[in-house]
Design a protein around this ligand. Structure first.
Ligand SMILES: [Zn+2]
Length: 311
């Protein structure tokens, strides 16, 4: 678990069976991944990690993959996830940190704690579509693809004998979800699928360990955003106007609320496919603006954020 669950601070998980273990996700950089593996040492001694599952393709869940591949672990993911784990994806994140202007400023700020040099994109080599059943040291582990939602290949990792579920970024506990892929209704369907599973413990992609109550809360947010945005669309507002005026109501105070920019633009794209999918670098700058980051930086409002406040 990596507090506080904001940008890049993701969770991973270890499922331990008889004589072998499975690792769910590999964190955002090599130092973090190495530290995690060292911490697991006493547990994985005699029960090595033979299998890694990537819940999705984002760097904060896959950038440690190469350390596991070097130890001989097989990396498993949905086909759509595997296709997106590329060196280009590593390079575009590095590039984001070097951009002039709002997007670069924001990326340098939120990703300051993470080091992307030396990362070799290491994609899943064993892939599936829809579902896959694994047995790890005698324990069944079910992989259930629910994406596209947060990303194209989102996958749940279900451990029935422990009534345990790893959701990847299908669940942000205590933060705002960001709909990079969508459509939103697929993500809502993923929440419904989780609510129907026999699970008591849920490990989100970001935030503290929780239960189904957090899934209900996130489903409510997604339904709220989709219905509010659809109203604005039907009232004839442009995407830019909708981003500007949408009232987040009870969700205004949730961390990373600026992700509403991407979420609104995603709904607009669904409602009118003549509208392009938003450009990620541009969206970054607009999320920063929406959260007041740029105004704070220029001293117009409040105090400048300290450089090390991301954690
Ligand atoms: Zn994540």
């Amino acid at each position: 678990m990596l507090p506080d669950g904001s940008w890049g601070w993701s969770n991973a998980g270890l499922i331990v069976g008889e004589g072998e273990s499975l690792l769910v996700d590999t964190l955002f950089d090599l130092d973090l991944a190495a530290e995690m593996l060292a911490g697991f040492g006493p547990i994985t001694e005699g029960r090595p990690i033979t299998t890694v599952v990537n819940t999705h393709s984002d760097g904060d869940h896959t950038f440690g993959n190469q350390l596991l591949a070097a130890r001989g672990a097989e990396i498993v993911g949905s086909v759509a996830t595997a296709e997106l784990v590329t060196q280009d994806a590593v390079a575009s994140l590095q590039r984001l940190k070097t951009l002039d202007g709002p997007a670069g400023d924001f990326a340098r700020h939120i990703f300051a704690p993470f080091q992307f040099d030396g990362i070799i994109a290491t994609a899943p080599t064993r892939t599936f579509v829809d579902r896959m059943s694994l047995h790890i040291g005698g324990r069944p582990v079910e992989l259930i693809q629910v994406g596209p939602a947060h990303t194209a290949g989102d996958t749940l990792v279900y451990v029935p004998d422990a009534q345990l579920l790893y959701t990847g970024d299908i669940l942000f506990n205590g933060g705002t979800p960001v709909v990079w892929a969508g459509p939103l209704n697929r993500w809502v369907a993923a929440c419904d699928l989780i609510l129907d599973l026999d699970v008591t413990t849920i490990v989100p992609g970001h935030g503290a360990v929780t239960d189904k109550s957090a899934v209900v809360a996130m489903r409510d947010y997604l339904v709220f955003v989709e219905s509010r945005t659809t109203e604005l669309f039907e009232d004839g507002l442009t995407p830019e106007q909708a981003v500007e005026v949408i009232d987040l109501g009870p969700y205004a105070g949730v961390p990373e609320s600026g992700r509403i920019v991407q979420n609104v633009l995603n709904v607009y794209h669904q409602l009118d496919d003549a509208l392009p999918m938003p450009d990620q670098a541009g969206v970054f700058g607009r999320i920063a603006a929406r959260e007041g980051f740029l105004a704070e930086r220029s001293g117009e409002k409040g105090q400048p954020l300290p450089q090390d406040s991301t954690a």
